[in-house]
Design a protein around this ligand. Sequence first.
Ligand code: FES
Ligand code: FES
Length: 156
Amino acid sequence: MNTTVNITINGEIYEESVPNRLLLVDFIREVAAQTGTHVGCTYEGVCGACTIQLDGEAVKSCLMLAVQADGHDITTVEGLAKDGELTPLQIAFNEHHALQCGYCTPGILMNMDEFLKKNPDPTEEEIRHGLIGNLCRCTGYAHIVEAVKDAATKLA
Ligand code: FES
Ligand code: FES
Protein backbone atom coordinates (compact mmCIF):
# COMPACT_ATOMS: atom_id res chain seq x y z
CA MET A 1 0.00 0.00 0.00
CA ASN A 2 1.23 3.48 -0.87
CA THR A 3 0.72 6.90 0.68
CA THR A 4 1.47 10.29 -0.81
CA VAL A 5 3.87 12.26 1.36
CA ASN A 6 5.01 15.84 1.22
CA ILE A 7 8.48 16.16 2.73
CA THR A 8 10.81 19.14 2.55
CA ILE A 9 14.50 18.22 2.30
CA ASN A 10 17.10 20.96 2.32
CA GLY A 11 14.47 23.47 1.23
CA GLU A 12 13.12 21.39 -1.65
CA ILE A 13 9.62 19.89 -1.49
CA TYR A 14 9.23 16.23 -2.47
CA GLU A 15 5.63 15.14 -3.03
CA GLU A 16 5.75 11.42 -3.77
CA SER A 17 3.67 8.29 -3.48
CA VAL A 18 5.72 5.87 -1.40
CA PRO A 19 5.25 2.39 0.07
CA ASN A 20 4.08 2.69 3.67
CA ARG A 21 7.05 0.58 4.78
CA LEU A 22 9.68 2.77 3.11
CA LEU A 23 12.22 3.98 5.66
CA LEU A 24 12.97 7.68 5.83
CA VAL A 25 16.67 7.06 5.14
CA ASP A 26 15.76 5.27 1.91
CA PHE A 27 13.43 8.10 0.92
CA ILE A 28 16.27 10.59 1.50
CA ARG A 29 18.84 8.54 -0.43
CA GLU A 30 16.76 6.98 -3.20
CA VAL A 31 13.89 9.39 -3.80
CA ALA A 32 15.58 12.69 -2.95
CA ALA A 33 19.05 11.47 -4.08
CA GLN A 34 20.70 13.05 -1.03
CA THR A 35 23.28 10.31 -0.60
CA GLY A 36 25.37 12.07 2.04
CA THR A 37 23.12 10.36 4.58
CA HIS A 38 24.64 6.93 5.11
CA VAL A 39 23.48 3.51 6.28
CA GLY A 40 26.11 1.92 8.48
CA CYS A 41 24.38 -0.74 10.57
CA THR A 42 21.76 -2.26 8.30
CA TYR A 43 18.96 -0.21 9.82
CA GLU A 44 19.44 -1.30 13.43
CA GLY A 45 19.62 2.19 14.91
CA VAL A 46 23.05 1.75 16.50
CA CYS A 47 25.62 3.50 14.27
CA GLY A 48 24.19 6.99 13.78
CA ALA A 49 25.49 7.29 10.21
CA CYS A 50 21.93 8.01 9.05
CA THR A 51 21.40 10.94 11.44
CA ILE A 52 19.52 13.88 9.93
CA GLN A 53 17.60 16.78 11.45
CA LEU A 54 13.81 16.62 11.50
CA ASP A 55 12.42 20.09 12.26
CA GLY A 56 15.83 20.87 13.78
CA GLU A 57 16.04 17.76 15.97
CA ALA A 58 18.74 15.19 15.27
CA VAL A 59 17.13 11.80 14.56
CA LYS A 60 18.26 8.49 13.10
CA SER A 61 16.47 8.29 9.79
CA CYS A 62 16.63 4.47 9.68
CA LEU A 63 14.32 4.36 12.69
CA MET A 64 11.52 6.32 11.01
CA LEU A 65 9.20 5.64 8.13
CA ALA A 66 8.97 8.16 5.33
CA VAL A 67 5.22 8.49 6.01
CA GLN A 68 6.04 9.67 9.55
CA ALA A 69 8.01 12.58 8.06
CA ASP A 70 5.00 13.75 6.01
CA GLY A 71 4.66 17.52 6.41
CA HIS A 72 8.02 17.88 8.11
CA ASP A 73 11.20 19.73 7.29
CA ILE A 74 14.41 17.73 6.96
CA THR A 75 18.00 18.87 6.78
CA THR A 76 20.72 16.49 5.67
CA VAL A 77 24.46 17.05 5.57
CA GLU A 78 24.06 18.52 2.08
CA GLY A 79 21.96 21.30 3.62
CA LEU A 80 24.48 22.42 6.26
CA ALA A 81 26.64 24.68 4.07
CA LYS A 82 24.89 27.79 2.81
CA ASP A 83 25.85 29.29 -0.57
CA GLY A 84 28.96 27.09 -0.63
CA GLU A 85 30.13 28.35 2.78
CA LEU A 86 30.97 25.54 5.18
CA THR A 87 29.75 25.92 8.76
CA PRO A 88 32.28 26.48 11.58
CA LEU A 89 31.68 22.85 12.62
CA GLN A 90 32.51 21.54 9.14
CA ILE A 91 35.61 23.75 8.96
CA ALA A 92 36.72 22.50 12.39
CA PHE A 93 36.33 18.87 11.28
CA ASN A 94 38.56 19.63 8.32
CA GLU A 95 41.17 21.54 10.30
CA HIS A 96 41.35 18.98 13.14
CA HIS A 97 41.43 15.94 10.82
CA ALA A 98 38.31 14.67 12.55
CA LEU A 99 37.58 12.09 9.89
CA GLN A 100 39.35 9.31 8.09
CA CYS A 101 37.07 7.25 5.84
CA GLY A 102 34.28 9.78 6.42
CA TYR A 103 31.49 7.23 6.55
CA CYS A 104 30.32 8.32 9.98
CA THR A 105 30.94 12.03 9.38
CA PRO A 106 27.58 13.20 7.97
CA GLY A 107 25.72 11.69 10.91
CA ILE A 108 28.14 13.14 13.43
CA LEU A 109 27.92 16.59 11.84
CA MET A 110 24.12 16.56 11.92
CA ASN A 111 24.11 15.40 15.54
CA MET A 112 26.78 17.86 16.72
CA ASP A 113 25.22 20.76 14.80
CA GLU A 114 22.04 20.28 16.81
CA PHE A 115 24.03 19.60 20.00
CA LEU A 116 25.93 22.90 19.77
CA LYS A 117 22.71 24.84 19.20
CA LYS A 118 21.31 23.39 22.43
CA ASN A 119 24.60 23.49 24.35
CA PRO A 120 26.87 26.20 22.92
CA ASP A 121 29.51 25.92 25.67
CA PRO A 122 29.90 22.18 26.28
CA THR A 123 32.44 20.42 28.45
CA GLU A 124 34.49 17.61 26.94
CA GLU A 125 32.42 15.13 28.93
CA GLU A 126 29.20 16.58 27.51
CA ILE A 127 30.60 16.34 23.97
CA ARG A 128 31.61 12.72 24.49
CA HIS A 129 28.17 11.96 25.94
CA GLY A 130 26.56 13.70 22.97
CA LEU A 131 28.50 11.41 20.63
CA ILE A 132 27.22 8.21 22.24
CA GLY A 133 24.84 7.53 19.36
CA ASN A 134 27.48 7.88 16.65
CA LEU A 135 29.96 5.09 16.02
CA CYS A 136 33.27 5.79 14.30
CA ARG A 137 35.55 2.88 13.44
CA CYS A 138 38.50 5.00 12.34
CA THR A 139 39.33 8.05 14.41
CA GLY A 140 39.38 7.08 18.07
CA TYR A 141 37.19 10.17 18.64
CA ALA A 142 39.95 12.43 20.01
CA HIS A 143 40.05 14.60 16.89
CA ILE A 144 36.26 14.68 16.67
CA VAL A 145 36.02 15.96 20.24
CA GLU A 146 38.69 18.59 19.53
CA ALA A 147 36.82 19.73 16.42
CA VAL A 148 33.54 20.11 18.31
CA LYS A 149 35.31 22.06 21.08
CA ASP A 150 36.91 24.36 18.49
CA ALA A 151 33.59 24.90 16.71
CA ALA A 152 31.94 25.80 20.02
CA THR A 153 34.63 28.44 20.59
CA LYS A 154 34.10 29.90 17.14
CA LEU A 155 30.32 29.90 17.45
CA ALA A 156 30.43 31.60 20.88
S1 FES B 1 21.91 3.17 9.72
FE1 FES B 1 20.70 4.25 11.13
S2 FES B 1 21.69 4.04 13.03
FE2 FES B 1 22.89 2.85 11.63
S1 FES C 1 35.94 8.27 9.92
FE1 FES C 1 35.66 6.18 9.30
S2 FES C 1 33.97 5.51 10.48
FE2 FES C 1 34.40 7.48 11.24
